[in-house]
Design a protein around this ligand. Structure first.
Ligand code: 5AD
Ligand code: SF4
Length: 522
């Protein structure tokens, strides 16, 4: 675990594709050694996953706000939503007079934004908390706060289980952090885990000082109403709600004016984004009013963001196969700056398992969605999430997942073994009865097949030309740049006199399973 943390530290300072890829390879080995039940075989360094776990953020207090003399340290785990939330938290604390530090030993307030999606994610956080003990001993009055999904799941229990913790704050309570900090500062433990039906932090401008200044994430909705049987998210992030489109577009515009050239619209299920000014249109009614005039749905939102500027790329994540409608695909096809990349978690390729998972689609439906992508956006790359060894999964059913992979050929995949989460439908209804070694063996088969596909797909790109948004200079070789094409694939190429934040046309000359290598076409 120590070794793992030192590797996580390396990730904090990794800025190049190659370093990231090396790190990912190292991390994969470490995670196999240490947890042996989760693989984020991440070929694309930009997608937040293992390489960003534990990343610390540095931010700046607005000049108009008087310093309160206290420093906070925040590190984040889990999905992109959590990282985006940490940016909101940093903004709230800066506005309350706190300054940020990237060294937890210097901090008066240590915050850890947590993930509860799998058991090993929680174990990692419990272990990490032990590292903060020394600070509390050395620095009188230093506080430790736990944010995010694990805070929401465990609530007050967290305080009993981990004595080091002073503050427990769920994902919808970050506005109240200054109050919670004051309460904890007066010697009481402070807890707020209320979930909200409205909170979207719409008008809070997240601070993004860790970023590369070129690509950014924008939260467009919060929560999830899907109740997949395996998933703890509906319990930890509450009901689904969409942020108003005006603040989303304003945030994207501001980012563009600051020089950003790519925004990723984030939500657990972006296809159910709906916004209406009509206060009577709420919940199910609003979902059903998808095509009503005055209702902005996800396709409509994408269009508004795409229209900001033709050289602002728009990405989105995550799509749900049950909701990904053709209008979203047509919108992708209509605007060249909407990236041709769809993250469409399949979870399993078998209809009986999908039904038990409460995914509300079957194998045929998923295949029909893949066909729609291929028909409407033929050049789109498709990525996915897969769970191996869900309750009662047989060998034949596992083979259905492999054959689905064979059919789709995913360019990227997050692959996991099933981890039972307390309180979920699966934990209540089904037995977690696939033996650990079988789950792991199946996962390995999934990973192996995915690697073959990734290499195969990359080989097909050799000889092709792509427009690449340049994201940075390779740390391995400062004469090389890296960026991504619309399909989210990383391309490395000689620098010439090109600069990050601009576009280049690049012809792919060779590849590995993780990277395309090319030359710039004048
Ligand atoms: N066990 C394993 N994987 C899970 N995921 C969500 N819950 C679990 C669980 N209990 C995976 C799903 C989801 C991704 C974010 O995490 O594949 O799409
Ligand atoms: Fe979890 Fe399913 Fe919601 Fe995704 S769609 S967050 S897997 S419940």
């Amino acid at each position: 675990m120590e070794r793992l943390n030192s590797h996580l530290k390396i990730a904090e300072t990794c800025h190049s594709v190659r370093q990231n890829l090396i790190f990912v390879a190292q991390f994969k080995k470490m995670s196999d050694d240490l947890y042996n039940n989760e693989v984020a075989f991440e070929l694309q360094p930009k997608v937040i996953d293992e390489t960003r776990q534990g990343e610390a953020m540095i931010t700046a207090r607005p000049q108009s706000v008087k310093a309160n003399g206290k420093k906070f340290y925040i590190e984040s785990y889990g999905c992109q939503m959590n990282f985006a939330d940490s940016e909101v938290v940093a903004s709230i604390l800066n506005s309350a007079g706190f300054d940020a530090t990237t060294e937890f030993i210097d901090a008066d307030l240590i915050l850890i934004n947590t993930c509860a999606i799998r058991e090993n994610a929680e174990q990692r956080i419990r272990h990490r908390l032990q590292h903060f003990r020394g600070v509390k001993k050395r620095k009188k009055g230093a506080l430790v706060g736990v944010l995010g999904c694990m805070a929401e799941r465990l609530k007050e229990q967290f305080l009993e289980q981990e004595k080091i913790v002073d503050i427990v704050a769920g994902p919808d309570t970050y506005r109240y952090l200054p109050d919670l900090i004051a309460e904890a500062g007066s010697g009481q433990k402070a807890v707020n885990v209320l979930l909200s039906r409205e909170e979207t932090y719409a008008e809070i401008n997240p601070v993004r000082l860790n970023s590369n200044g070129i690509t950014a994430f924008i939260s467009i909705m919060r929560g999830c109403d899907n109740m997949c049987a395996f998933c703890v998210v509906p319990f930890t992030r509450g009901r689904e709600r969409s942020r108003d489109w005006q603040t989303i577009v304003a945030e994207a515009k501001e980012l563009y004016e600051q020089g950003y050239r790519e925004v990723t619209l984030l939500g657990q299920n972006v296809d159910s984004y709906r916004y209406s000014e009509d206060p009577t249109l709420v919940g199910k009614k609003l979902l059903e009013a998808k095509y009503d005039p005055g209702v902005v749905n996800f396709a409509g939102l994408m269009e508004k963001v795409a229209l900001i500027a033709p050289d602002l790329r728009v990405r989105f994540s995550t799509s749900h196969p049950k909701d990904m409608t053709d209008d979203v695909l047509h919108m992708m096809a209509k605007y060249p700056n909407i990236c041709k990349y769809v993250h469409l978690p399949v979870q399993s390729g078998n209809s009986r398992i999908l039904e038990m998972m409460n995914r509300t689609y079957d194998r045929e439906w998923y295949i029909q969605r893949i066909e729609a992508i291929r028909r409407i956006v033929p050049d789109a790359a498709i990525s996915t999430d897969i769970i191996s060894g869900f309750c009662s999964e047989t060998e034949e059913e596992h083979k259905d997942t492999l054959s689905m992979m064979e059919y789709v050929k995913y360019s990227m995949a997050y692959m996991f073994v099933y981890s039972e989460r307390p309180g979920t439908v699966a934990a209540k209804k089904y037995k977690d009865d696939v033996p650990e070694d079988v789950k792991k063996r199946r996962l390995q088969e999934i990973v192996d097949i995915h690697r073959l596909h990734a290499l195969e797909l990359n080989k097909e790109d050799v000889g092709k030309e792509f427009e690449v948004l340049i994201e940075g200079v390779s740390a391995r070789n400062d004469m090389e740049l890296y960026g991504r094409n619309t399909q989210n694939k990383v391309i490395v190429f000689p620098k010439g006199d090109l600069k990050p934040g601009t576009y280049a046309n690049v012809r792919v000359t060779s590849c590995t399973s993780g990277t395309l290598i090319g030359t710039v076409i004048q």
